[in-house]
Design a protein around this ligand. Sequence first.
Ligand SMILES: Nc1ncnc2c1ncn2[C@@H]1O[C@H](COP(=O)(O)OP(=O)(O)OP(=O)(O)O)[C@@H](O)[C@H]1O
Ligand SMILES: O=C(O)[C@@H](O)C(=O)CO
Length: 421
Amino acid sequence: MGMILGAIADDFTGATDLANTLVQEGMRVAQVIGVPDSATEIGDAQAVVVALKSRTAPVGQAVEHSLAALDWLRRQGAQQILFKYCSTFDSTPSGNIGPVADALRRRLGTDFALVCPAFPANGRTIYQGHLFVGDRLLSDSPMKDHPLTPMRDANLVRLMAAQTDGSVGLIPLADVMAGADTVAERVEALRQGGMAYGVADAVTDRDLRCIGRAASDHVLITGGSGIALGIPDNLRAAGLLKAAIPPEIPQVEGRSVVLAGSCSEATRGQISRAGESWPTFKLDVERIAEGGDVVGDAVDWASAQPEAHPVVIYGSADPEEVRRTQERHGAERAGAMVEEALSAIAVRLRDAGFIRFVIAGGETSGAVVSALEISALRIGPEIAPGVPWTEALGSRRLALALKSGNFGGPDFFERAFALLN
Ligand SMILES: Nc1ncnc2c1ncn2[C@@H]1O[C@H](COP(=O)(O)OP(=O)(O)OP(=O)(O)O)[C@@H](O)[C@H]1O
Ligand SMILES: O=C(O)[C@@H](O)C(=O)CO
């Protein structure tokens, strides 16, 4: 039996997050980087997650790449498609989630899709259509200051309605708690009422499993990695999944580096904690803008550090510093400068013998993994909810952990490298 489930993720850390959930739930998963072609190897994967960098791309490009990924997945046999976006939505009213979901729905010939970014293990819950991060509304969380996708509204029905040409309804928590049959009835009622999307409330994994059960016959499901919790059970019930193979730790010997471009509170805390015991190097964005050889300096610095410890190189800054930098250079240019510098550093460090990479931030991971010319990843064991170790498939063996900006506890970097030793 080949591929059963296909997924399209709008960024690279999101893709590994989803792949991790599917692996934890007993599936063999491959993650491929960018739109696959006929040469893309997926081995014996039952689920394939296509990692795109479409979250903040121009809308036309995001739609085009997502449709190309969809066509490839269906040609490989995918029977159900997940469209994975961020558990904090990360898409302003002008964002790509609605247009991509509309295009996928049309191509798949379905009139309805669920919208559910909930990820309770990382504190993302949905109630009355409102997305919470921990005990705060999304719009009161640090996501309001995101450098590329500041989230100033927490109402998913409103956010989705602003992006799509379909109508958006709600599947309230009471229905979800009542069970899969009630969810299915509500979905049918929304459909009959002409709704193209239903935002599903979910505050626990149990809720997500229930929604997953209710969606067993949906050809398209959209959401965060949590929405995938119940899908493998559906496939098992249908006799499509056999015994799972436990994920393997990547076996690679060499030096370790953290490259961070995420400016999230979580990542900044992790960098500060790592700085208590490991050498750290902060990229000077103004020097990059002036044409200074910041890449060369970072590479020389890293190579001169004792081999005993990982090194940490970061562009990450607090909201005030990010705001000043963006005022000077524009948000897009500022982001691109840091992403390009970290990518160039990654390539040169790999050539200098660094082969264990923790990369913090979705856009950052997209840029670095592309620069390293990695085409596919094998998913390994989980480091923290939503973040597995992965191993690059291909000629050069590299271990990579692509960490979503907001994920992981303060000691995430230590935990990650400790797993490899
Ligand atoms: N000092 C800085 N000033 C301005 N922009 C920066 C700075 N440092 C990093 N950036 C940019 O901020 C963006 C952070 O986005 P990224 O997706 O990497 O992290 P994130 O959004 O926290 O993670 P995720 O998408 O996984 O939640 C990147 O484009 C990065 O280059
Ligand atoms: O869903 C999440 O929060 C993450 O997988 C992600 O998409 C971060 O970029």
